[in-house]
Design a protein around this ligand. Structure first.
Ligand code: COA
Length: 258
């Protein structure tokens, strides 16, 4: 991989977007590498949680790489958004293992969209977040108009997108856009600490919980029905047998992840 680093310390994988001289902007090859990384982590049974962060102290990701699409046609622009949503942003949202964004600086445009596609976000106190696309004469195209409104509410999303303004980490915390804010030096420890708690739980149940929560935000899908079906399916898993048996035997569960 040229643009990302992957550090797997079982059972947590940290993906670092590593183009610091371009503030980790997402060019085409970075998006493709991220897809490959997620794709291989999805079948790696040793990995239970993924953390995504940016290299350096300044940026998580400062957006899609503007230099790559500056001369695009209408058709090319549409394809850029569709392909990116399919192979990265929707892919991460629907990933079968929890994905935590550790927002360590600027998360702008596609960078904030990537953080929002993750299952939840933590941030360092220097982080700045925004969707500044309208300053370029374009709109967010990697799901930003949808996910920001889902996460912070329609009015706040409207204001952020239309003014193109950036919010700081504490405002993002207040908006519910990030779950925790810490000093930058503590950010990865915080994310890893949360990841460790997650790894103690049933990975099969977690995958079904992610799918059920996401279902409520999909058009034409009844989230309650998905929940009922996934709830039922849990009863057929080894994890369920282990979890309930361990509780009744007053011991900690040791989930097989099946
Ligand atoms: N695409 C391509 N390159 C980018 C980029 C992006 N989204 N964001 C930053 N860069 C590059 C800059 O062009 C510069 O490259 P250079 O040194 O070769 O000229 C380098 O990263 C450093 O950025 P710079 O602008 O010099 O840093 P800064 O501290 O002055 O400003 C930002 C930081 C984040 C405010 C500023 O880089 C910025 O506004 N970036 C674009 C944000 C954006 O509009 N994102 C949405 C894209 S859809």
């Amino acid at each position: 991989m040229e643009n990302i680093l992957i550090d797997i310390q079982d059972p947590v994988a940290v993906i670092t977007i590593n183009r610091p001289t371009k503030l980790n902007a997402l060019n085409k090859s970075t998006i493709e590498e991220l897809h490959q990384a997620f794709s291989s982590l999805s079948t790696n049974n040793d990995v239970k949680v993924v953390i995504v962060t940016g290299s350096g102290e300044k940026a998580f990701v400062a957006g899609a790489d503007i230099s790559e699409f500056a001369n695009f046609s209408v058709e090319e622009g549409g394809k850029l958004a569709a392909k990116g949503q399919e192979i990265l942003f929707d892919y991460v949202q629907n990933f079968n293992k929890p994905v935590i964004a550790a927002v360590n600086g600027f998360a702008l445009g596609g960078g904030l969209e990537l953080a929002m596609a993750c299952h939840f976000r933590v941030a360092s106190d220097n982080a700045k977040m925004g969707l500044p696309e309208v300053t370029l004469g374009v709109i967010p195209g990697y799901g930003g108009t949808q996910r920001l409104a889902q996460l912070v509410g329609k009015g706040r999303a409207m204001e952020m997108i239309i003014t193109a303004g950036m919010i700081d980490a504490n405002t993002a915390l207040n908006y519910g856009l990030v779950n925790h804010v810490v000093e930058q030096t503590e950010l990865l420890n915080l994310a890893k600490g949360i990841a460790e708690k997650i790894t103690k739980n049933s990975s099969v149940a977690i995958a079904k919980a992610i799918e059920s929560i996401n279902a409520g935000f999909e058009d034409g899908v009844n989230g309650y029905t998905v929940e009922i079906n996934n709830f039922g399916a849990c009863f057929g898993t080894e994890d369920f047998k282990e979890g309930t048996t361990a509780f009744l035997e007053k011991r900690k569960a040791n989930f097989p992840g099946k």
